[in-house]
Design a protein around this ligand. Structure first.
Ligand SMILES: CC(C)(COP(=O)(O)OP(=O)(O)OC[C@H]1O[C@@H](n2cnc3c(N)ncnc32)[C@H](O)[C@@H]1OP(=O)(O)O)[C@@H](O)C(=O)NCCC(=O)NCCS
Length: 388
């Protein structure tokens, strides 16, 4: 019996498969350009704030002052966690991975929403903003609890970036640190149809609630092939330790066919524009803090890797310096991917809402290549393997 009647093309990894039209993000991987809703990432990093960028992604336009004030007011009001949620976080093993904590807690938030199901865009946005606003509070509460410290409540008047650093340390951050964090959030907020955004889109297409949509995105971002590269890049730089060892590391890694973390990209075949911004900020931040060794080591690795990879399309990506930036800001390494999620929720929401405007349940096919027509054997007659 033949399972398939016509020739079939399998798009493994869905490379070059378009699942929708979109007005959210444009990447020109050949020209090193990235735009959110038509605005260049360079302009957004220079002039915007994370809140303004999140508004832009979700609603589609840059807010007026009153729209932005109202948006910030809503986020601020949503930032505190219900006592039950704090209690839940306290119940987790302190050895938990913060991404697992975030995934579980965002899912649990839905249990405390009086109306988790939403059937219109405004209600979905309301839930997305609750999740977006509470994410820094969840991440920092867990980090403090595992360090035997009391969680710090959000502080009114601080930006999402500044409040994250405040809740992490209990002290209001230096304005420059808050600015660097804010730019890092802008740079991670959106990146077209990547794996986690697709995951959110699939869940949205079933008309599931926002908590399920964002939870599925966090689960997908959790994997090392997606969210974990900045941690890996930082570990590499730490292992190399100093600029003079960079050349030996790069030569040996390439000889062993190992990938240099923070290099290469499926879409960018030249400089990742986010890398350019983060490298500049990272250098300034490191100099300001007098912690230049890691940054200088990363620069030496980059220089050496570019020399040995000359003629290829393998260039530094956003992760080559983001880990160093977060490290110099005093953020524990295992919080890097949760920070990525905390920012990307804006993009996930924008894509879920856009897809739902003209929804079609996502239901691809699998080409069946297994057996058919096998005689069912009673349990005592089975061999316990494929030969049955
Ligand atoms: C991001 C990544 C998965 C993109 O992969 P891709 O476009 O599918 O490219 P491939 O993994 O198929 O690699 C194509 C070739 O380039 C090489 N290459 C890709 N990235 C490389 C890197 N960082 N260092 C050294 N060589 C690399 C591969 O070894 C492969 O060589 P081959 O053709 O001789 O086998 C890949 O570049 C990578 O793993 N980079 C390191 C992790 C990282 O920084 N990820 C963050 C992305 S934002």
């Amino acid at each position: 019996m033949s399972a398939v009647k016509e020739p079939v093309v399998i798009h493994k990894g869905l490379d070059n498969v378009y699942v929708k039209e979109s007005k959210i993000c444009f990447i020109d991987g050949e020209a090193s350009r990235l735009f959110y809703r038509g605005y260049s990432i360079e302009d957004l990093a220079e002039y915007s704030s994370f809140e303004e960028t999140a508004y832009l992604l979700i609603y589609g336009w840059l807010p007026t002052k009153s729209q932005l004030d109202e948006f910030k007011r809503r986020l601020e009001a949503f930032r505190p966690l219900e006592p039950n949620i704090i209690q839940l976080i306290r119940s987790y093993p302190t050895s938990s991975d913060p991404m697992d904590v975030l995934r579980t807690t965002v899912s649990a938030l839905g249990l405390y929403d009086p109306q988790p199901l939403a059937d219109n865009a405004e209600a979905r946005i309301e839930k997305a903003l609750k999740i977006l606003a509470k994410t820094p509070t969840i991440i920092t509460a867990f980090d403090r609890i595992r360090r035997q410290k009391q969680p710090v409540s959000p502080k009114s008047g601080l930006s999402q970036a500044a409040d994250f650093l405040y809740m992490l340390t209990g002290e209001e951050p230096d304005p420059y640190d808050a600015h660097v964090m804010d730019v890092a959030l802008i740079l991670h907020a959106e990146h077209e149809m990547n794996a986690s955004t697709f995951s959110c889109t699939v869940t949205a297409s079933t008309l599931a609630d926002m908590y399920s949509i964002i939870t599925s995105g966090i689960g997908t971002l959790r994997g090392p092939l997606h969210g974990g590269a900045n941690e890996a890049a930082l570990r590499t730089v730490m292992e190399v330790g100093e600029p003079s060892r960079a050349e030996t590391y790069v030569v040996e890694a390439l000889a062993q066919k190992k990938k240099i973390m923070g290099f290469g990209h499926r879409v960018y075949k030249t400089w990742d524009p986010r890398y350019v911004i983060l490298k500049k900020l990272g250098g300034e931040l490191a100099a300001k803090k007098g912690e230049t060794k890691l940054f200088d080591t990363a620069v030496a690795i980059e220089k050496s890797a570019r020399k040995h990879l000359e003629g290829t399309s393998i260039f530094p990506n956003v992760d080559s310096y983001s880990g160093i930036v977060f490290h110099v800001l005093g953020i524990p390494t295992d919080l890097f991917t949760p920070i990525f999620a905390m920012s990307r929720i804006a993009g996930w929401t924008a894509h879920a809402l856009e897809y739902l405007e003209a929804n079609r349940l996502i239901r691809p096919k699998a080409l069946y290549v297994g057996r058919t027509g096998i005689a069912y054997k009673p349990i005592d007659a089975r061999s316990g393997g494929l030969e049955d």
